[in-house]
Design a protein around this ligand. Sequence first.
Ligand SMILES: Nc1nc2c(ncn2[C@@H]2O[C@H](COP(=O)(O)OP(=O)(O)O)[C@@H](O)[C@H]2O)c(=O)[nH]1
Ligand SMILES: [Mg+2]
Length: 217
Amino acid sequence: MHKIADIEIQHDIMVANRKLADRNKKILDDANVFSIDVLGAIGSGKTSLIETLIQKMDTKIGVIAGDVISKFDAGRFEKYNIPVVGLNTGKECHLDAHLVEHAFGDLPLDSIDLLFIENVGNLICPVDFDLGSHIRMVVISVSEGDDTVEKHPLIFKEADLVVINKVDIADAVGADQDKMVSDVKELNPTVKVIKSSLKTGQGLDEIINSIEGFMNK
Ligand SMILES: Nc1nc2c(ncn2[C@@H]2O[C@H](COP(=O)(O)OP(=O)(O)O)[C@@H](O)[C@H]2O)c(=O)[nH]1
Ligand SMILES: [Mg+2]
């Protein structure tokens, strides 16, 4: 059973995070950096998608990569010779605005136009922690099961762009990709939902157009 003190501490944490997120947003706006919080389950293809976008988009990109331990994903991004900061969350299952603010200190924000923040892989904890990014992109894959959206409604309600990845293997894993799209639309009727495969390239132009649309708003 929760004690009142526990609930108050949780509330204080959320309020403090909200303030820091607003401050982060101002830092990004002052530096003319558009930022995307990339959320999704472990293995859905977040890092692979960002790697592909680094190679395909005609924009100066930087990345903050959240890993529980070590610098696994940061190491993957460093190969592209772009500004990268790896953040370790230890036992925490999400990034927060305070960690992201620290990462800003190690990034040349003035020479970045687009900043991807790859959050820790899961569909639950990151939802409550705004990082100060401009949009949230949720990447899920058909191999997580076509009931993933129904089981995790909150993250889809908060999303600006949803990518349903790995459609190349939808038949192999028996997933109904169109059901996943309609489940998202039911929760969030105005959100853009794109089916993609990083193996065949399906949906990539649409993802890039959508991101550029948000950047030019
Ligand atoms: N079949 C298939 N595999 C993919 C696709 N996108 C990513 N993967 C694979 O899925 C695994 C996890 O990808 P990763 O980008 O590390 O996921 P993350 O944990 O969300 O960052 C890797 O082995 C990728 O090669 C896709 O569209 N189709
Ligand atoms: Mg990753």
